[in-house]
Design a protein around this ligand. Sequence first.
Ligand SMILES: *Cc1c(COP(=O)(O)O)cnc(C)c1O
Length: 387
Amino acid sequence: MTRFLGYGRQTIDDIDIQAVVDVLKSDFLTQGPAVTAFEKSIADLTGAKYVVAVANGTAALHIACLAAGLKDGDVGVTQPVTFCASANAITYCGARADLVDIDPETMTMSVDGLTAYLADHPECKVVIPVSYGGLSSSNAALRKAAGDRIIIEDASHSVGAIGEDGNMVGTGYADMYTFSFHPVKPITTGEGGAVATDDPDLYKALQLLRSHGIEREPGLLQNTEDAGKPWYHEQQVLGFNYRLCDIQAALGTAQMSRLPAFIARRREIAIFYDREFAGMNHVRLVQARPDQRDRSGHHLYTIRIDYDAVGKPREQVMKELAERQVGSQVHYIPVHRMPYHAPRFEGRSFPESDAYYAETLTLPCFPTLTDDEAAQVVAAVRGVLGS
Ligand SMILES: *Cc1c(COP(=O)(O)O)cnc(C)c1O
């Protein structure tokens, strides 16, 4: 094998490079037309009414939580198997980040778990399920369990994927959907993120929070005496500078035009892997039901390995794969095991998340992975596991 294969990798071609160069030669590097065009490209693909592009996926989660009204002393809930940002966003608002275990069939928040949790914690205000690996959690049962609480889907893995309700991720059962455009994610802007919503009030709040809380539209100003004067604007709430710049946004629009093709290629690789790994000893597939493969964005390709039965600890398996040029990773160390969050979860257990953490391994899956490389990944796993 000639190149080392990471678990994920961006796809950049001449269209992307030209789009960035065009912005660099234009009048606006930030706060120009490229951001609006990027937001429109996301709205067009997902069907969401409104999209607010921001500096990264964590900022998207933060302003979504604030727009949901989360504040000091409140409680928000997410799932243990996620990147820590899903919980941190709740904490940034001064609220307590709590957890509900996953459903191992879907890897998103367990509906039964949420129902039981909310019966004990009716004060919980915001629910953040994660579309792990690109498989959206969108389902009517979760909506019903959440009642009239705000649902924010952490859709960092799943822009371009389809929800269980048949909608593109970005519109449907949740009040807001947050995306990340980090280079390993489905499309990239270097760093970047966005929030999608169908709700005009949430949209207005998100726009304010993205840019210092400053309002410029004359009709929406509180100080009517100065409204309409050419310099006049108002800071109405405490917002942030979470803006995406035009250079990043132009890259994003170029990437969005190829997102369906990126996902189609990821899907081919995932289905090839499913077939190859299905019969291997000590290996279990994840999110591999045909109906799941049909709608997922295939952001992460993971398998569950019984390392005890194999007779090698995970670190040894990862090392031997790396010697064969195959990178691997673990997604994720559960939130309740992070030293920062752990003290709040002493004495509580999340058995499905812990079992998944003990077994999971993420293997290379990205649009430019070739058929030969995918076959080499399979051969390397077979060799290392002795299956
Ligand atoms: C990547 C990711 C984030 C954070 O996104 P950034 O753009 O890196 O800030 C949040 N949640 C999940 C599940 C992610 O994978």
